[in-house]
Ligand binder design. Structure first.
Ligand code: SF4
Ligand code: SF4
Length: 436
């Protein structure tokens, strides 16, 4: 009897270069030193400790990223992504998820346990704002560093796509300047801390009556401009810009949540659920959050105009629960903590009320669409795999249909990873953009 031997190929695990390994070691060492500062061990050398440990970690990150520049032929490399435990929901991914979730829980509800870490960033905070650091200063610093370092990785990975490079530079710029430097510089000049790139309903205080009244009562012209800017942008600016460019102008170019998702979260984009069921859940959830914040804002305004015990307690009840459930638990703890398991846009997809509003405009009153050249599609599925919003792009491409979906953030990755040039992100006449 002849025996036939069948060889089953094993997945090849990509080898890391020496420079990458050194980078990883430096990153780990920097983070270890930074975290050990929580014990107060570096009390006497705070400046050296803080800048040194964070600098070492950032430099390690850069060294880890740089070798990817020389990885052969042009094109976006996702080699091995399905075989790595960190990017394919393996043990490392779960550990990272638990770590991130735990960090957010401490940050929001038990900052006293992070006191050592928070005070270790005092030295930067005093330099920028003249005040001691809070947990939000610590968070903002780590958040911004993560976007900057992982943004460099994104730029190198997608270096053959001008669209990806431009939008990555854009989110890095808006995070560094508008979400980190400007608010802290305003504080240093005794002005209200203000984020010019966040609007209602993502930043609820922009239209909450008490916050508006407080801002209006501040001396000087700048607080008055802040009131004007927030209201105008929330009500008029956002719809107009979305009409012309789709929601991508915000979700993929400006927003800090999107910025973190597109940089730190890029290695996890393939983990988004593409099923019809998740699409259904997504629509229910994101629009429920939008209704929740609209009702809350309405109640607060009704209470500020008419007063009364019933309106007072109802508005208080709604705003407290919104702050706890959506503002903290969903956007922070789940939104970032679940990156390695559910993809990086969990918050944008299922919970962000700003994304819900932008999505409604994008679907019904926008010039944006993704066109598909169906005859060129080879059904490889790259586009669907790497769509972080769980859109089954391939299904549209196979039918040659335009993609006009409320959830599409216009990241353009589906188009960048398509080997056949099937997909194009375009702005054009509203009429006829939905294929029939
Ligand atoms: S459909 Fe394409 S552009 Fe839209 S979110 Fe998905 S990957 Fe990004
Ligand atoms: S990546 Fe391109 S070729 Fe592959 S399924 Fe999507 S549209 Fe078709």
């Amino acid at each position: 009897m002849n025996l036939i031997q069948i060889e089953i190929p094993q997945p090849t695990h990509p080898k890391e270069s020496i420079m990458k390994k050194i980078g990883l070691a430096m990153f780990a060492l920097g983070m270890l030193v930074f975290l050990s500062g929580a014990t107060g061990a570096f009390e006497n050398i705070k400046l050296f400790y803080c800048l040194g440990s964070l600098g070492l970690a950032a430099l390690g990150g850069v060294l880890f990223i740089l070798p990817s520049r020389n990885d052969g032929l042009p094109g976006i490399k996702n080699n091995g992504v399905m075989f790595r435990a960190i990017s394919n929901r393996g043990a490392l991914a779960w550990m990272t998820s638990v770590f991130l979730t735990g960090f957010y829980i401490l940050l929001y509800w038990y900052p006293e346990y992070l006191k050592g870490l928070i005070t270790s960033t005092d030295v930067i905070s005093f330099g920028m704002t003249g005040k001691a650091a809070t947990q939000w200063f610590l968070y903002g610093t780590i958040y911004t560093l993560a976007i900057l370092v992982m943004g460099m990785k994104m730029i190198i990975k997608y270096r053959h796509s001008r669209y990806q490079i431009v939008r990555t530079i854009s989110v890095m710029f808006f995070q560094l300047v508008f979400a980190y430097l400007i608010p802290h510089i305003l504080e240093a000049f005794q002005q209200p801390e203000y984020y010019f790139t966040y609007f209602w309903p993502l930043k609820t205080s922009v239209l909450f009556p008490n916050d508006l009244q407080w801002l209006k009562s501040q001396p000087g012209a700048l607080p008055q401009f802040m009131v004007f800017w927030g209201v105008i942008m929330s009500i008029i600016g956002v719809p107009i810009l979305t009409y012309f460019f789709g929601k991508r102008w915000y979700c993929s170019y400006v927003c800090g949540c999107g910025g973190l998702a597109e940089t730190l979260g890029d290695p996890y984009r393939q983990n988004s659920d593409k099923s019809l069921k998740s699409w259904k859940v997504e629509r229910w959830m994101v629009h429920s959050v939008l209704v929740f914040i609209t009702v809350t804002t309405g109640l607060l305004w009704a209470n500020s105009i008419y007063g009364g015990e019933l309106l007072g307690s109802a508005s208080m009840y709604f705003s407290r629960w919104y702050g706890f459930l959506i503002g903290a638990a969903f956007s922070g703890v789940i939104g970032v903590g679940f990156y390695p398991i559910m993809g990086a846009r969990v918050w944008c997809r299922f919970g962000c009320p700003q994304a819900a509003i932008l999505g409604i405009f994008q679907k019904y009153f926008s010039r944006f669409r993704i066109t598909t050249n169906g005859s060129q599609c080879i059904s490889c599925g790259n586009c669907s795999t790497y769509c972080e919003m769980g859109i089954d792009v391939r299904a549209y491409a196979q039918r040659g249909e335009n993609i006009v979906r409320a959830s599409c953030v216009g990241c353009g990755v589906c188009s960048s990873v398509c080997p056949r040039g099937v997909l194009n992100l375009e702005n054009g006449p509203v009429r006829g953009r939905v294929s029939t």
